[in-house]
Design a protein. Structure first.
Length: 218
């Protein structure tokens, strides 16, 4: 998922051949800083949504302050695939505060073209592993979006910097410690759903139950 400077009109033509780049599956935008979150409201990003929809480019979006605007984009552009980063939450929304964030994120599940990444989970809890206190909020998202639209991942660099959770334990958090997930749910969440959303062909080496491990939305 490549970065794209949506605020620079001079760069817009590059989007036309974006997925022609080797290995490029889509665009990731971070619109949560003081200086860029306003782009969802002031017209800066308006051109991008229609272009990405027309070109079939999936978008991963870290914009936890603008759920209302995301819903409006999803409704106006029903063929645009939008995946919300990190539960759709801000990293300051820990423990009980995460419920408010995930309820807001869950409200976007009515749009069939919106997906959610179950990433950075350890950062949202001050409880010990396996973070039982926030698992009900993860379950809420899975029930709202369905397992086909929920994608496991880590954001490994941030997770390892801010918590003591290892990559392996982040895998096991979903495969072994979330009793509400069925075998089928895990298949979708641990890779199949992400691959289908991104039109990402999977070889036998990329199957979630192979030695290569699951596919990650980081």
């Amino acid at each position: 998922m490549g970065r794209f400077p949506i605020e620079k009109p001079s760069e817009r033509a590059k989007l036309e051949t974006w997925r022609d780049q080797k290995g490029m599956l889509g665009v990731r935008l971070t619109l949560h800083h003081e200086w860029d979150r306003g782009w969802m409201k002031d017209g800066t990003a308006d051109w991008f949504w229609s272009a990405a929809e027309r070109l079939g480019i999936p978008v991963m979006l870290n914009a936890p302050y603008t759920h209302k605007e995301i819903g409006e984009v999803a409704e106006r552009h029903p063929r645009l695939r939008i995946t919300l980063d990190h539960l759709g939450a801000r990293t300051t929304q820990k423990d009980d505060l995460l419920k408010v964030a995930t309820e807001s994120t869950a409200s976007l599940a009515k749009h069939s073209n919106v997906y959610v990444k179950l990433t950075l989970v350890p950062v949202f809890s001050t409880a010990p592993y396996p973070y039982k206190n926030i698992q009900p909020h993860i379950r809420r998202l899975v029930e709202a979006f369905g397992p086909k639209r929920c994608f496991w991942g880590t954001d490994a660099s941030a997770m390892l910097e801010r918590t003591s959770c290892s990559y392996g334990n982040c895998v096991k958090l979903f495969t072994e410690h979330m009793d509400f997930l069925s075998t089928s749910d895990k298949e979708w969440i641990m890779g199949r759903g992400l691959a289908e959303c991104l039109d990402w062909p999977r070889s036998s080496k990329l199957q979630g139950d192979s030695p290569a491990g699951p596919l990650a939305a980081e």
